[in-house]
Design a protein around this ligand. Sequence first.
Ligand SMILES: C[S@@+](CC[C@H](N)C(=O)[O-])C[C@H]1O[C@@H](n2cnc3c(N)ncnc32)[C@H](O)[C@@H]1O
Length: 221
Amino acid sequence: MTFNPRLNPYVSKLEEYRDIIKTLPIDSNTDFYDFIRLPNRLILDLGCGAGNFLRDYASIVKQANFIGFELRYKRLVKGAVKLKKRNLINVKLIQARAEDIDLWFANRKVDEIYINFPDPWPKKRHHKHRLMSAVFLNKVRKILNEENGFLVFKTDHKEYFESVVALLQQQMDDFEIVEMSDDLHKSEFKDKNIFTEFESLFKHKGFPVYYLKTKLQLSND
Ligand SMILES: C[S@@+](CC[C@H](N)C(=O)[O-])C[C@H]1O[C@@H](n2cnc3c(N)ncnc32)[C@H](O)[C@@H]1O
């Protein structure tokens, strides 16, 4: 798909942040691949928005590499500006669909995957657009570190959450749910929770946040 920079000024603005924002296929085999080859823990945030969660996490854990996937140019540019200001060199952003993670990490296992408040696509006929699907979980299974890797899913959408729990239970040979809450902010997991931008915005409304953490089942071979 080609974009007209006159229609979206952030498309050309993105060029100023090429050291942080990566796109396919221009950046293949460049510094991005050096970045992911580092032996640090590799942490992904899929649908990262302007990257608040990544910035806060990367400020706490300096010895890890962080990568956010986001489609929207404006959010990516906003995110890159803030990363520069805070001099967080261990965070990169990718302008690509989260569904394509397997293309980016074919040669490297990832350690943590965060899916924070993905678009819930509430109408039944739109459920096929949801990120969390059997096809996507199959890609996760291939790239997630089997030893100590995990995936975290947070949403304010009860029905989406329940469908993901059902999906993981159908795939129990591959995935094990190790933590779960239907009200994260009041749960035993609340102290380690890092708020996302979306989460901060609606916190005062008192809606529950549904949370789960899942790991790969260790294979016996
Ligand atoms: C509801 S917002 C949540 C943003 C952020 N995770 C948070 O919790 O504040 C969902 C984000 O996912 C992005 N998004 C939607 N579909 C996507 C996809 N297929 N791949 C990557 N990002 C996507 C949207 O542009 C948006 O920024």
